[in-house]
Design a protein around this ligand. Structure first.
Ligand SMILES: Cc1ncc(COP(=O)(O)O)c(C=O)c1O
Length: 450
């Protein structure tokens, strides 16, 4: 075991203070929240987190891909302080303020596509998705939404209708929006048709045309196709390079293409949007998570022609575009640019992929490694041949990491995800990967012994 510089944990987790907070949380807070492990945060700076009992962890979770500039970046904290001292809230539903114009100009300029765009603001990812659903119906005057199985677009009733990653998320909530059609995501490691890329020649696209559009989905009644450029909660699934380009035929049918960038956006994949890796220009984009380094803010950016179909009063949110969150977003964009965080994501993302691919060669339980920038997943299996999902093994690895000072979480049922702050240092990342390797080696040899 290598000596640790950053990860410092005592023998018992959580410690006495943490245990008491966990106990009280279960008493007062909704049980619908499923936590990975009992981390009770006391403070966090950059990519290091301290708990209430004095343990220190390396952060590979970034508040679930939210802390793009790390925890408490001085420029973000300064922006929050500055704006809070001026005014904290005024509601953009009824009044104006200048930093909203600045942020909108910045966001619009960061979007691909040589056409005018406009921005709608909410507080959470789900709210941005709801807005995109409502807007696309309003513009097209069509009822149907297309989405993928394995997709995650949020948990409010509209967004939940698109979400199809775990049955528990929908349990007890039916009926949802009935005009929602799901079809398989191009998940090459587990191709539903047992095909191999590239020999398959994108059979998934042909299947969608033949079995959906030619059988039961009238394309001229489809408002929008919602997709994640890389599936997040579905298990960090990277589609083959030409997939979205081939799906663009939907545009000719008048269907809007909506790229849900809530997890992949704001530089996480090494480009501002995940879809930029796939060379298509969406009509609508949703972003949230990393945009304000932890303050609640989401945005739905659409072609101006589409957004202008809304009349005043058709959609709004009291807390949307909170001025403090807007100022934090402006600071976040400044930091991403001045500290070259997209470059860092690309550079350190390649390092993480390389290390994890080496682990894939060495350990039977690492089935697949995939990702872009600092959006990286390692799928854990029982063994490489059967590819049976190593759900229990993935949880054992995660648990070991927690107990040894690394905050690592899963995606889907059996994928470990590496999504640290975009400004994590090489040293911190390497130490975190060392802890991951220890955990994988132990779990792999335990699995081999049966
Ligand atoms: C791709 C995607 N869309 C939407 C959401 C929902 O965002 P929120 O939890 O902020 O509502 C998430 C959250 O993980 C997400 O990953």
């Amino acid at each position: 075991m290598k000596a640790k510089k950053f990860a410092k944990v005592g023998p018992k987790l959580p410690g006495p203070k943490g245990s008491e907070i966990v106990r009280k949380t279960s008493k007062y807070v909704s049980p619908s929240i499923a936590r990975f492990y009992p981390l009770v945060v006391e403070s966090a700076h950059g990519s290091l987190v301290r708990d209430v009992d004095g343990n220190q962890f390396i952060d590979f979770a970034a508040g679930i891909a939210v802390l793009s500039t790390g925890s408490t970046h001085p420029k973000v904290v300064d922006a929050i302080r500055r704006q809070s001292a001026k005014f904290i809230h005024f509601s953009y539903t009824d009044f104006y303020y200048e930093n909203l114009v600045q942020l909108s100009e910045r966001l619009v300029s960061l979007m691909p596509g040589n056409f005018s765009k406009m921005v709608y603001y909410g507080n959470s990812g789900a709210e941005a998705v709801e807005a995109a659903m409502k807007l696309s119906r309003n513009y097209t005057k069509r009822p149907i939404f297309l989405a993928h199985s394995g997709a995650f677009h949020g948990r409010t009733m509209g967004a939940l209708s698109l979400t199809a990653s775990k049955p528990i998320q929908r349990k007890g909530a039916f009926p949802l929006i009935p005009e929602t059609v799901h079809f398989p995501y191009p998940y090459c490691y587990r191709c539903p048709w047992k095909q191999t890329f590239p020999e398959c020649d994108y059979y998934c696209v042909d299947y969608f045309k033949e079995q959906y559009l030619e059988k039961f989905v009238p394309s001229d009644e489809v408002a929008a196709y919602f997709f994640e450029p890389i599936q997040g909660e579905g298990g960090y699934v990277v589609p083959p390079p030409d997939y979205f380009h081939r799906m663009e035929f939907l545009r000719k049918e008048g269907v809007l293409m909506v790229s849900d960038e809530i997890q992949t956006g704001v530089g996480r994949t090494g480009k501002f949007l995940g879809i930029e890796h796939f060379g298509i220009t969406p009509d609508l984009v949703t972003i949230a998570k990393g945009i304000a380094s932890g303050l609640p803010l989401s945005a739905m950016i659409a072609k101006a022609e589409v957004m202008e179909s809304w009349k005043p009063g058709q959609h709004a949110s009291t807390f949307g575009a909170n001025p403090v969150a807007v100022e934090a977003a402006l600071a976040t964009l400044d930091v991403i640019k001045s500290e070259r965080l997209m470059e860092n994501a690309r550079r350190l993302g390649s390092l993480a992929l390389k290390r994890l691919n080496e682990m894939k060669e060495k350990y039977e339980i690492v089935g697949d490694v995939r990702g872009m920038g600092l959006f990286v997943g390692a799928e854990i299996v029982k063994d490489k041949r059967s590819k049976k999902r190593g759900e229990q093994e993935a949880h054992q690895i995660m648990d070991y990491c927690f107990k040894h000072g690394l905050l690592l979480i899963t995606a889907g049922r059996n994928t470990l995800r590496v999504i640290p702050p975009l400004n994590i240092s090489k040293e911190e990342l390497s130490e975190g990967l060392d802890i991951m390797e220890e955990a994988i080696a132990l779990t792999s040899s335990a699995a081999a012994k049966g």
